[in-house]
Design a protein around this ligand. Structure first.
Ligand SMILES: Cc1cc2nc3c(=O)[nH]c(=O)nc-3n(C[C@H](O)[C@H](O)[C@H](O)COP(=O)(O)OP(=O)(O)OC[C@H]3O[C@@H](n4cnc5c(N)ncnc54)[C@H](O)[C@@H]3O)c2cc1C
Ligand code: SF4
Length: 498
């Protein structure tokens, strides 16, 4: 029997049991996937490189089919087939449709620490209370015995070290001074991928955005393990403290760069968590860093995965703040040179260059700007998905619709995350060199984030006044003597580059 592996199911935990029983694997590479939407070219490169590397490892155990569509390839291959639960509603729908013609056995999801049943049991035990990430995470740690003492209490007597992890960037520093991540060395498979992508572009079949420079993210399990080992030994001790800070000269800071290999299925998140815990137990990394990292991987990542399914297929269409704006071309095309706003310019350039910026530029610069401007959440979700190397439907929909755009009305986050210039001035080193002034709301050098923050609050005054975490900020509007001018200025600016 063949096991059909999707392009994000590439690690041993998706196939080794099956291969050990003498099974074979089917993989399908479809050019049409890239023709439908304008993806970042580095993302297309990474996904194709990872799939082809996996196929090379599997040798004659794989049927690797380049076909116009998945459906055509699967029908051609015929059944019986096995498939591990895919990671998007669209792929689940495809498997369901194909099941009418081909015998397909569906296996439960893999690639997450907790199972769907774990989540359901936890959610049902809430008795209608909110599905708070912190509570889910504690339940998952108990269930999987992670960072616990022998008596079942949390290591260090605390579940949460977030309070130690919100520091601004170190004063005057250009970088965090953490050892640089190891970069992959490209091989002939990457060379062939690049040649194919050039050819597809030349033929006019596909159009990409962003640069496809030397590959920065792991495309094989061996590369992913090198990144994991290096991170745990050299970077994890510095993870956490400056997690929410931005330094212009240090895009990576102490982040792990593991989202892309995790989402390609090259690493099992439980092994990642266990490696981090072992570093704490052996005294290689402090508890605050290890807990902060474990919270991201088995807390946020698993939580977002389960919410994607739990909240249903139409969650993606939620638009509680009725935001309907289109993305302007300069933002859509990742043109950092279009704007004088230094934070925005750096974030867009970072995405163009690498297909990746860390969590805070995503949330507090790019997402925050879109929220303030009133751009449609569904369009923004599509943009994030296409432009980021680690973007997949299951992870983008909750992060953009819920966390970043508050379009679910408060299911995922109790208040909208949006930043004024004061926040960005504290948490980044952008403002010092910016032509605009974070303290100015109105006028030639007004900071679009400061003005945008108040404009956003004013537009949603009634809705947000009812939110106890926003009520004070909304009241602040009454103290602004220049609010009418500010609103006129921001309405005139709209979505044009600041
Ligand atoms: C608007 C927005 C869009 C995002 N889109 C994606 C996305 O498409 N793919 C993606 O993997 N992450 C996404 N994230 C979450 C997070 O920003 C990235 O996982 C992280 O920046 C990746 O870099 P890293 O591997 O160095 O992460 P680290 O800072 O080292 O964190 C460790 C790991 O924790 C996990 N993680 C942390 N936060 C989240 C989260 N909110 N959701 C899911 N996993 C999380 C990731 O697997 C990450 O590798 C998004 C966040 C926001 C606000
Ligand atoms: S002044 Fe405003 S636009 Fe300029 S970097 Fe600071 S926050 Fe960004």
């Amino acid at each position: 029997m063949n096991r059909w592996l999707f392009g994000d199911q590439l690690g041993p935990h998706f196939a080794d049991d099956h291969l050990a029983e003498g099974g074979r694997v089917l993989m399908v590479e479809s050019r049409r996937v890239f023709a439908r939407r304008r993806f970042h070219r580095a993302k297309a490169h990474l996904v194709l490189s990872a799939m082809r590397h996996r196929a090379a490892e599997l040798g004659d155990r794989v049927d690797y089919v380049a076909a116009p569509t998945y459906a055509a390839a699967v029908r051609e291959a015929g059944g019986p087939l096995q498939v591990v639960h895919p990671t998007s509603y669209a792929a689940v729908g495809l498997v369901q449709r194909l099941s009418a013609d081909v015998e397909i056995e569906r296996l439960p999801a893999r690639g997450f620490v907790t199972t769907r049943a774990d989540f359901t049991t936890w959610a049902e035990g809430r008795g209608g209370r909110r599905l708070v990430m912190e509570d889910f995470y504690r339940d998952a740690r108990r269930r999987h015995g992670v960072l616990l003492e022998d008596d079942g209490e949390p290591a260090g007597d605390r579940w949460n070290f977030d309070a130690d992890n919100r520091e601004p960037p170190p004063k005057g520093a250009q970088t965090l001074g953490v050892s640089a991540p190891p970069w992959p060395v490209e091989d002939e498979i990457d060379e062939q991928v690049r040649a194919d992508l050039d050819g597809w572009e030349r033929d006019g079949d596909v159009a990409f955005v962003g640069r496809d420079g030397p590959r920065l993210f792991a495309a094989t399990r061996a590369e992913a393990l090198v990144v994991l080992d290096h991170f745990v030994s050299h970077r994890l001790p510095d993870f956490g403290a400056h997690e929410d800070a931005i330094l212009e000269g240090d895009p990576w800071m102490a982040h792990s760069l593991l989202s892309a290999p995790l989402n390609l299925g090259l690493l099992d998140p439980l092994e990642v968590v266990q490696r981090a815990e072992a570093a704490y137990r052996s005294g290689e990394a402090p508890l605050a860093s290890v807990e902060g990292f474990v919270r991201q991987v088995m807390g946020w990542r698993d939580y977002v995965w389960h919410l994607y399914w739990h909240l249903g297929e139409d969650y993606r269409d939620r638009n509680a703040l009725a935001a309907a704006g289109e993305l302007p071309d300069w933002f859509d095309g990742l043109d950092g040179s279009a704007t004088r706003a230094r934070c925005l310019s750096h974030a867009l350039d970072g995405v163009a260059e690498r297909g990746w910026v860390h969590h805070i530029p995503r949330l507090m610069v790019l997402g925050s700007y879109a929220l303030q401007r009133g751009w449609a959440p569904a369009v923004l979700t599509d943009w994030f998905h296409r432009s980021f190397v680690d973007g997949y439907d299951w992870v983008m929909v909750p992060n953009v619709v819920g966390m970043s755009q508050h379009a679910d009305g408060g299911v995922l986050a109790t208040k909208p995350y949006t930043s004024g210039g004061a926040y960005l001035n504290t948490m980044s080193d952008h403002c010092g060199g910016c032509a605009l002034n974070p303290r100015v709301r109105v006028g030639e050098d007004a900071c679009p984030f400061t003005a945008g923050y108040w404009w956003f609050l004013d537009r949603h005054r009634e809705t947000l006044a009812g939110n106890h975490r926003m009520a004070r900020a909304v009241k602040g509007l009454d103290r602004l003597t220049d609010l009418d001018d500010l609103v006129a200025q921001e309405e005139a600016r709209g979505s044009s580059a600041p």
